[in-house]
Write a protein that binds this ligand. Structure first.
Ligand code: 13P
Length: 340
């Protein structure tokens, strides 16, 4: 294991005022996104969309790395340059989603286990050759009546650790993503309790699997109330609860934490991130690894039309810049109108 390479990649991913663009939607997920703009999900439309995002003028200043899907990693710009080479040449680390999705966990109704460990060593070796230097695996924890069960949390934490060790063996930085979903009517306090337990179990398994903590990036949910919760939490409460949880659970050897957006609106996610960074010195970098919160405005401005191409790029640039400011604790809601 080349520990220096792993440390350097992890540090680059969470470098000051930069974060990750999650553009790793599977073919079925990107189809849903394209349905919302009434665009057919063909391989070429998916390629054009990803090229629009990756080449957006100015955005790369704020984007340290890009997570791709298997198909995207093998696609090229219109000029024939493979996407991983394009990204690396422009100072963005190429990344790859390697899990095969969350599948029903037998015996545990309503819970899932993320699959994809079989054959992962061979896939990682190929992805490294194709230029990937970091990977992502998403474990999904749902909150509901009687769930999550300790067994489901543990099974997912163990799978994350096994994935992380295979990545590090291959010279690839694992993004360790245990996502506690926002779906449901649970309170912020319940999300905090569950997130604490999940992170506790994840770090226990990472330690047992002898993971180099300096060579990972954690990608957690923020601590928020469920989407259907009647008690709304303020942005300050979200920031405070999230930082409190992370301080309790994440060793300072981890270089950085890059949040998923998880269904928060783009502006909410940015504000929460900024408040956390403004709150004071933290033992790790806190930044973004947003999918929807970075892409939503770009997707609708583009609309699948060549006339929307530069508008889509501008929309991505704006969100990347505002999130770059948030990663330094310097974002204000009032910047939204002047940036647009
Ligand atoms: P969202 O920011 O849309 O939650 O996506 C991030 C991601 O990569 C989920 O796995």
């Amino acid at each position: 294991m080349n520990t220096e390479e792993l440390r350097a990649t992890a540090r680059a991913l969470v470098a000051k005022s930069r974060g990750i663009l999650a553009a790793d939607e599977s073919t079925s997920t990107i189809k849903k996104r394209f349905d919302s703009i009434k665009l057919e999900s063909t391989e070429e439309n998916r390629r054009v969309y990803r090229e629009m995002l990756f080449t957006a003028p100015g955005a790369r200043e704020y984007i340290s790395g890009v997570i791709m899907y298997d198909e995207t990693l093998r696609q090229k710009t219109k000029d024939g340059l493979p996407f991983p080479a394009y990204l690396a040449q422009h100072g963005m680390v190429p990344g790859i989603k390697v899990d095969m999705g969350a599948k029903p966990l037998p015996g545990f109704p309503g819970e899932t286990i993320t699959e994809g460990l079989d054959g992962l060593r061979e896939r990682l070796a190929e992805y490294y050759k194709l230029g990937a230097r970091f990977a992502k695996w998403r474990a999904v924890i749902d909150i509901g009546s009687g769930i999550p069960s300790p067994y489901a949390i543990d099974a997912n934490a163990e799978a994350l650790a096994r994935y992380a060790s295979l990545c590090q063996e291959a010279g690839i930085v694992p993004i360790v993503e245990p996502e506690v979903l926002m779906d449901g009517a649970h309170t912020l306090e319940r999300c905090e309790d569950v997130t604490n337990v999940v992170l506790d179990r994840v770090f226990e398994h990472l330690f047992a699997a002898r993971i180099l903590l300096e060579g990972i990036v954690l990608k957690p949910n923020m601590v928020v109330a469920g989407k259907n919760c009647s008690q709304k939490a303020s942005p300050e409460q979200v920031a405070e609860a999230t930082v409190r949880t992370l301080k309790r659970q994440v060793p300072s050897a981890v270089p950085g934490i890059a949040f998923l957006s998880g269904g928060q609106s783009p502006t909410e996610a940015t504000l929460h991130l900024s408040l956390m960074n403004a709150a004071g010195p933290l033992p790790w970098a806190l930044t973004f690894s947003f999918g929807r919160a970075l892409q939503e405005n770009a997707l609708s401005a583009w609309g699948g039309k060549s006339t929307g191409y530069s508008g889509g790029q501008q929309a991505l640039f704006v969100r990347a810049k505002l999130n770059g400011l948030a990663a330094a604790g310097a974002y204000k809601g009032s910047m939204e109108s002047s940036a647009a």
